[in-house]
Design a protein around this ligand. Structure first.
Ligand code: SF4
Ligand code: SF4
Length: 329
């Protein structure tokens, strides 16, 4: 059977990098096989592509995703029972460049190396139910001639998965947000283009900083302890694992969450920025008109003053200098 992820998934993302078949995807992310992309099987939580899951047969003696899942929500799919042989053939089809011997690691042979079709994980007790291994991968090589009946261990206990690690290794953050930050330097540079103050150049640095995604914080409420905390927007990417500062519970944005946050932030600040730029443009136009009026008024005033100076003809007679003053005139 393929492994499935139940609705209890908390989107911590710990399982995704563990899968040797890249069968696990974040909610909303398209899955891919042989270069062909297909729509997501879940928009909300991580999911497993059945046709890519081999229950780790060929790689491990346990399901790697189940081993790291902190809430034990990676479980065998009771509606999709598959034999070890089918799963081994799938591993061969998925990895044609690798060799998988018949006794490759398998959860079916965890204890003594013998195939145990009834593994206790819900596998068919006699291996008779073999659903089609419909992998859209290159045709698998012919099945080896070792199709001998598998011994049945009816009461074989389920092999306990290894202890789940306390922390998941977060995937590397994706590229920074495409929205270019608005900087004072950039706006000052822009202001040189037409000699007039540009809208952004007229805003203060504090006003501009709010448009820089590096300053944005995403509020989060912990799903375990209800504590409120914030996450830097620039690191808020699909699949990134964050931890609650109060209880260390993980928080992993899936595609739906990421797009909702991004839409809200960029919608709000995008519109706000456009409104501010329009206001600053209007203010710059009005200031220019005002300055031109003031300048024209000043010029008219000075012309009137000059004209008045020439027109002033006061009454009076010439006073001739006398004494010493007369010697120097
Ligand atoms: S059981 Fe193994 S192959 Fe299947 S999804 Fe989990 S890690 Fe991948
Ligand atoms: S490890 Fe995390 S992401 Fe994967 S199934 Fe479990 S809770 Fe979901």
């Amino acid at each position: 059977m393929a492994t499935i992820i139940t609705s209890e998934c908390i989107n911590c993302g710990a399982c995704e990098p563990e899968c040797p078949n890249t069968a696990i995807y974040a909610g909303g992310a398209e899955w891919e096989l042989n270069g062909v992309s297909s729509p997501a099987l879940s928009d909300e939580i991580f999911y497993i592509v059945p046709s890519k899951c081999t229950e780790c047969v060929g790689f491990y003696d346990h399901e790697a995703c189940a081993a790291v899942c902190p809430v034990d929500c990676c479980i065998p799919d009771p509606d999709n029972l598959e034999t070890e042989q089918v799963l081994l053939e799938r591993a061969r089809a998925l990895h044609p460049d690798q060799t998988f011997p018949d006794d490759a690691p398998s959860r079916f042979r965890k204890d003594d190396g013998a195939a145990t079709a009834a593994s206790g994980n819900g596998a068919s007790a006699n291996g008779a139910v073999a659903t089609s291994a419909t992998v859209a991968a290159p045709a698998p090589p012919p099945a080896p001639a070792t199709a001998e009946p598998e011994p049945v261990k009816a009461a074989a206990p389920s092999p306990p998965p290894p202890e789940a690690p306390a922390t998941a290794v977060p995937p590397a953050p994706a590229a920074p947000e495409p929205t270019p930050p608005v900087t004072a330097a950039a706006t000052a540079e822009a202001s040189k283009t037409d000699g007039a103050a540009t809208p952004a150049a007229m805003a203060t640095a504090a006003e501009l900083s709010e448009f820089d995604p590096a300053t944005w914080e995403v509020p989060v409420v912990c799903h375990v302890c209800n504590a409120s905390y914030t996450l830097p927007y620039r690191h808020f990417q699909i699949g990134t694992v964050f931890y609650c500062p109060s209880c260390s519970a993980s928080f992993v944005p899936n595609k739906t969450i990421y797009e909702a946050v991004r839409k809200l932030f960029e919608g709000f600040y995008g519109q706000r920025k456009r409104q501010r730029e329009e206001f600053e443009r209007r203010r710059a136009r009005e200031l220019k008109i005002f300055e031109e009026c003031q300048s024209a008024d000043k010029q008219a005033f000075e012309q009137a003053l000059d004209k008045l100076a020439h027109e002033m003809k006061p009454a009076g007679k010439l006073v001739k200098p006398r004494g010493l003053a007369a010697m120097f005139t």
